[in-house]
Design a binder for this molecule. Structure first.
Ligand code: ARG
Length: 574
């Protein structure tokens, strides 16, 4: 349990013993450090409840608090200011050097499935795919750290128009393949297709369809055959998806986004039948399609019925999400399913969730939630585009970041080492920039800013970590122990460290990594201030020097854990 939580429990106990019933006490960080590091605001609500004078209650409480707090004073109508006793703080902070768990509070264990990434097979990953992947990955790591059982699923978009596009293009370019021979009688072989061919075929077909109605019709027909599971198309498409998924995985791996499951729309087809069986009593026909009403009386906006089966009898995106929910419930019995996808899908998810609850596809106590992400925009405030107005591929974005960071890597002559450090820097730059803004807010793409070694950036954090690491390496300490607090900055660092539990809680509750990024920046800035003020290694007093190094160790261990949540790795040097 965290120090903060423990102190809150202690204060609750004190208040109860004074004869006042109270559910929770929150230790708020104070902005007026001169008055106290923390503040509790309980006297006013208790005064109301018990019909007493708040000052009186505050005085009673204050006189019962033991010496773990000092400088206890009452401000205004009854705010209680508290400062942590140094010895008590040191005692607690020492526990945290090797045990991160004393800085955090675990959640009640739940099984959570996170649906994130959302790449589409046969299409290149573009910049829009980065944020849901980064946020989902970090929320997964955070939820795990807090004690949940978490399963990440990429939910590939591996059905749809792109299947018809790619196969029609293969037909054009390699008409002699046996798949296109109506008289072919043998067993169909595995389709050979390279990642390069794939990257060319989809855009070629997509362009051709823009001007050619007949071609588009062909694409539609092939797509329908794939979706109906007709051979050889379905097998061809599965072979294409396999090659494409490998390419997609490479980019996600590079960003340290690792999925437990590589399921998708295609794999959900196995569950369509039992899903429709459950939905059947709630579906009705509308213009030839089968739909479910999902509106409610108190809706402020019109929520249209969800189409479950198209008028040609085929399944669609929604059918596959419903079938995926069915399979997740059946296979994992989750308490919660989180969807990380951008805001444009909000209405869609609302419809799908309502249809799921209404039909009993999921129990009412299973939480289905869409935690939407804001987008990365250009300077014009619109989703980022290339100079010619196209969508930027994720690979090209990473290349641009690489070019910028490469300018700062002159001092390295060992190519292998340089590559390794550069990769870690690139990942830190894009991920930190992507996770720093509040989850649902947009942000502006600015390579120079993201790659700077100063300010709220990944490279700044890594630079600080490497600095600490190299100091620690120069010293051999048997037992890390903080003996005393020698300066204001040190005290501020310790207070910051014990506040971590609150940061993680807020991040988890609001499903945003922004608080963790800001916190990392604050800790690094405090450390750099300390570093400028202090001659750490040349300190002659052993106790002092050991204390400094122990504090560095604690900062390093804590930040390493937090960077691991962000899926950012620390290089050995920079
Ligand atoms: N592939 C989808 C897209 O590109 C995102 C998938 C989101 N997840 C889901 N279960 N529908 O828009």
């Amino acid at each position: 349990m965290s120090f903060i939580k423990e102190s809150e429990n202690y204060l609750k106990d004190v208040i109860n013993k004074c004869g006042y019933e109270i559910d929770d006490v929150t230790l708020e960080s104070s902005s007026r450090r001169d008055l106290g590091e923390f503040q509790i605001n309980v006297a006013m609500p208790l005064a109301k409840k018990y019909g007493k004078n708040p000052l009186e209650i505050a005085k009673e409480i204050v006189s019962s608090i033991d010496n773990r707090f000092t400088n206890i004073n009452i401000a205004g109508p009854g705010f209680i200011n508290l400062t942590i006793n140094d010895d008590f703080l040191i005692e607690n902070i020492n526990l945290a050097i090797d045990n991160f768990d004393v800085l955090i509070d675990k959640e009640e264990e739940k099984t959570i499935i996170i649906d994130y990434g959302g790449a589409n097979a046969a299409k290149e990953l573009h910049v829009g795919h980065m944020r849901p992947a980064n946020i989902g990955e970090s929320l997964k790591r955070l939820a795990k750290l807090l004690g949940n059982k978490v399963i990440g699923d990429v939910h590939l978009g591996d059905l749809g128009r792109q299947s018809g596009m790619v196969i029609s293009e293969i037909k054009r370019r390699k008409p002699d393949l046996c798949y296109f021979d109506p008289n072919y009688k043998g067993k169909y072989p595995k389709l050979e297709i390279t990642p390069y061919e794939l990257s060319v075929y989809y855009p070629a077909a997509s362009n051709a369809c823009k001007e050619d109605e007949e071609r588009l019709e062909e694409v539609r027909n092939i797509t329908a055959l794939v979706e109906e599971g007709k051979e050889p198309y379905i097998s061809m498409w599965k072979d294409i998806v396999e090659v494409s998924a490998n390419e997609i995985k490479r980019v996600y791996d590079y960003l340290n986004c690792n999925f437990d499951l590589w399921e998708g729309e295609l794999s959900s087809l196995n569950y369509i039948e039992p899903t429709l069986e459950i939905l059947k009593p709630y579906m009705y026909e509308s213009n030839g399609a089968m739909v479910i009403d999902v509106k409610k009386d108190d809706d402020k906006v019109e929520i249209p019925p969800l189409i479950v089966i198209k008028n040609n009898g085929a399944s669609i995106y929604a059918t596959r999400d419903l079938a995926t929910i069915y399979s997740r419930v059946k296979n994992y019995n989750p308490d919660e399913i989180w969807y990380i996808a951008d805001i444009r899908q909000s209405m869609y998810f609302k419809q799908v969730f309502r249809a799921s609850y209404k039909s009993g596809l999921v129990r009412k106590d299973v939480k289905l939630a869409h935690y939407y992400n804001g987008t990365m925009n250009g300077k014009d405030g619109k989703p980022y585009k290339t100079r010619d107005g196209g969508v930027l591929s994720l690979n090209s974005l990473l290349k641009q970041i690489e070019e910028e960071l490469n300018k700062k890597m002159d001092k390295f002559d060992n190519d292998e080492e340089k590559r390794n450090i550069l990769d870690k820097l690139i990942v830190s730059a894009v991920k930190f920039a992507d996770l720093l803004p509040y989850r649902s807010t947009d942000y502006i793409f600015d390579i120079e800013k993201f790659c700077s070694f100063d300010g709220k950036t990944g490279p700044y954090i890594l630079y600080t970590m490497v600095r600490i690491k190299s100091i620690l390496k120069k010293q051999n300490i048997e037992k890390y122990e903080i003996k005393s607090i020698y300066s204001e900055t040190e005290k501020n660092i310790y207070i910051k460290l014990i506040e971590l539990s609150k940061i993680l809680k807020n991040s988890y509750n609001e499903k945003t990594l922004s608080y963790i990024c800001e916190y990392l920046f604050d800790i690094c800035s405090l450390f750099n201030k300390f570093y400028a003020e202090t001659n750490i290694l040349n300190e002659k007093d052993d106790d002092k020097r050991n204390t400094y190094l122990s504090m560095l160790k604690l900062i390093y261990n804590t930040c390493e854990k937090l960077l691991d949540i962000l899926a950012i790795e620390i290089p050995d040097r920079m």
